[in-house]
Design a protein around this ligand. Structure first.
Ligand code: GLU
Ligand code: ZN
Length: 304
């Protein structure tokens, strides 16, 4: 018998891409879309798309349909109906109620400024103060601090202990449910068992793992892709107006995303159409080829 390790594909793989509709897709979000898609399809899995519009203050009108059109232009087709978080508030409300009933959630009136002044990590100030839970922000009483986890690309990730133990916000003072809560509730509800996304979300992963445990759900596998940056520490993002990727001419950006993800791109690819390119990507993708880096510097115009 060969001693070579055989990797067993995840059974009934369910992955997802979860863009926030705060602007058009840029090269950084394309990398997350392509990476999550190829990994799902290389494992005969399902790939779901969820529009993360919970933070309505950041939503840009029609960005959702623009993102979906772009995904289709890149032949990234989703397997089940699209979910919008703003249509699922009763679900988040139910989970919050049940945590409240178990005394696992409490009201907090600390301002962001106050928490910043004590070093950025909330220290439990309001835990015993019995604030009104209707009108104040809500924090989860942390029962499952996660101090390290395994990432399929980044390896063993150590988490700052104070961060791991923090009673973090699940509902904001403006009444909106926090990303940390809804992302986990949705991943559980959609049966997601592997999450492939950008390394900017490594830090929140520890909090999310705690919440999967708190909600008695299996913790998915995580694979955090390197972030595309224009200079160290500067990720491409909708907030810093990273250019939108082309819907009319998707091949150059797709091939650049393949290269970024460590695929063995060859010259002949240029003759393939977009569907054939994606098929080639599925056949040739492996998480093992993805560079184990939290960021990779690209030129301003990664598609040229
Ligand atoms: N909606 C998040 C974003 O666009 C991604 C969340 C996730 O993949 O867990 O940054
Ligand atoms: Zn407080």
């Amino acid at each position: 018998m060969s001693p070579t390790a055989v990797t067993t594909p995840l059974r009934d793989y369910r992955g997802r891409f979860a863009p926030s509709p705060s602007g058009p897709l840029h090269f950084g979000s394309l990398v997350a879309a392509v990476g999550s898609y190829l990994d799902a399809k290389a494992n005969q899995g399902k790939w779901l798309v969820r529009i993360e519009d919970i933070d309505t203050t950041r939503v840009i009108k029609n960005a959702d349909s623009d993102i979906l059109n772009t995904l289709q232009a890149y032949a990234l087709y989703w397997d089940e109906s699209i979910i919008y978080q703003t249509q699922r508030l009763p679900l988040y409300q139910d989970i919050t109620h049940s945590l409240l009933k178990q005394n696992l959630v409490y009201g907090c009136t600390c301002t962001r400024k106050k928490i910043k002044a004590i070093g950025g990590i909330y220290q439990g100030h309001c835990k015993a103060l019995n604030h009104n839970t209707q009108s104040s922000a809500l924090r989860l009483a942390q029962q499952h601090p996660t101090t390290q986890f395994n990432d399929l690309i980044q390896g063993n990730v150590e988490v700052d202990s104070a961060l791991a133990h923090e009673d973090y916000l699940i509902k904001r003072s403006d009444g909106l449910f926090a990303y940390q809560l809804v992302v986990v509730v949705d991943d559980i509800d959609q049966g997601i068992n592997r999450i492939v996304r950008g390394a900017d979300l490594i830090e929140p992963t520890a909090r999310q793992i705690s919440l999967f445990k708190q909600l008695n759900s299996p913790v998915p596998e995580f694979a955090h892709l390197p972030l595309a940056v224009t200079k160290p520490g500067f990720k491409l993002s909708k907030q810093n107006y990273a250019p939108a990727i082309s819907q009319q001419n998707p091949k150059p950006a797709l091939v650049s995303a393949f290269k970024f993800l460590g695929l063995p791109v060859i010259a002949d690819l240029i003759d393939l159409n977009i569907e054939q390119l994606i098929d080639w990507g599925i056949k040739n993708f492996s998480l093992k080829q993805v560079p184990q880096a939290s960021e990779i510097q690209i030129s301003q115009h990664p598609t040229s």
